[in-house]
Design a protein around this ligand. Structure first.
Ligand SMILES: NC(=O)c1ccc[n+]([C@@H]2O[C@H](COP(=O)([O-])OP(=O)(O)OC[C@H]3O[C@@H](n4cnc5c(N)ncnc54)[C@H](O)[C@@H]3O)[C@@H](O)[C@H]2O)c1
Ligand SMILES: [Zn+2]
Length: 258
């Protein structure tokens, strides 16, 4: 198992892939917690992951929220404070440069931290919601939050308790977002899969759609995952190092040494 200290690529990039990336018109990126790990936001699984320390049943399920909304909000405030301190890292920046290069470019993210927007991306499909939004399940009101709230739990005008607008365990993903993500995955020529353990469905099925539609799948992760078994290229290392290096090879042909 990798401790993430090495950054060498498991499968070196070849000129064919660089050429494909240079000429492609439709590119998508699926990101997970690993893309934000180097911004100081902990991942979900594994040592140091959030669920090694906290009980997800109390904090990230509808039943947990019904039982103790204040506790759930306290926890989300803790995470909001962590996210406020964080900045987009070089992986987010490389992904934002890609958006300027490709005519059609979509970020599909499982992250709720909003860092892709902060890095400058405009087309971001948030599969699991956003920690900077809350909603009312009674009248479907949606509200943005810019900083941790003074009073929790927040109450809607209709009198119901507002909840974080994120997808919890056992809940379905927003249909419109998932449909747009599936379309993007089926239609793209290349999909990058960055920093996701690819075990949470339906997000994990998206690169399979790309592959089955004849697209190329490029994985970037510290460790092998299920995606590694069918990816065209698997790049092993930190997203903040691998992606900028790869992007330099795409936009500066002379920098790419075979
Ligand atoms: N930043 C966030 O918003 C955030 C944080 C934690 C969890 N989540 C949630 O986690 C769930 C999905 O799991 P997931 O797959 O996104 O996360 P995960 O914790 O299951 O997996 C993280 C993956 O990233 C890899 N990784 C870690 N550091 C990396 C780095 N520097 N460079 C490249 N790869 C790295 C790990 O090897 C692992 O495969 C979603 O429900 C998502 O909402 C989001
Ligand atoms: Zn309401």
């Amino acid at each position: 198992m990798s401790d993430g200290s090495e950054t060498s690529t498991a499968q070196p990039l070849d000129e064919k892939i660089i050429e494909l990336l240079r000429k492609a018109k439709r590119v998508s990126v699926l990101t997970g917690a690993g893309v934000s790990a180097e911004s100081g936001i902990p991942t979900f699984r594994g040592a140091g992951g959030i669920w090694a320390k906290y009980d997800y049943r109390k904090l990230a399920t509808p039943a947990g929220f019904a039982e103790d909304p204040e506790l759930v909000w306290e926890w989300y405030q803790l995470r909001q404070r962590e996210i406020m301190k964080a900045r987009p890292n070089r992986a987010h920046e490389a992904i934002s440069l890609m958006e300027r290069y490709y005519p059609e470019f979509t970020v599909i993210t499982q992250n709720i931290d909003g860092l892709h927007h902060r890095a400058g991306n405009s087309t971001v499909l948030e599969l699991h919601g956003n920690i900077w939004r809350m909603r009312c399940d009674r009248d479907h009101a949606l509200m943005d939050i810019s900083e941790p709230l003074d009073h929790i739990p927040p109450i809607c005008q209709c009198g119901s308790i507002l909840r974080p607008d994120v997808v919890w365990f056992g809940e379905s993903l927003p249909t419109d977002v998932l449909d747009a993500a599936s379309r993007s995955a089926s239609e793209c020529e290349v999909m990058f899969v960055v920093g996701t353990s690819a075990i949470v469905y339906p997000a994990a099925a998206l690169p399979v759609l790309t592959k089955n539609s004849g697209g190329c799948v490029i994985e970037v992760n510290l460790e092998p995952t299920d995606v590694t078994t069918y990816a065209d290229v698997s790049l092993r290392g930190r997203a903040s190092e691998v992606l900028p290096e790869l992007w330099t090879a795409v936009v500066n042909p002379e920098s790419f040494i075979k």
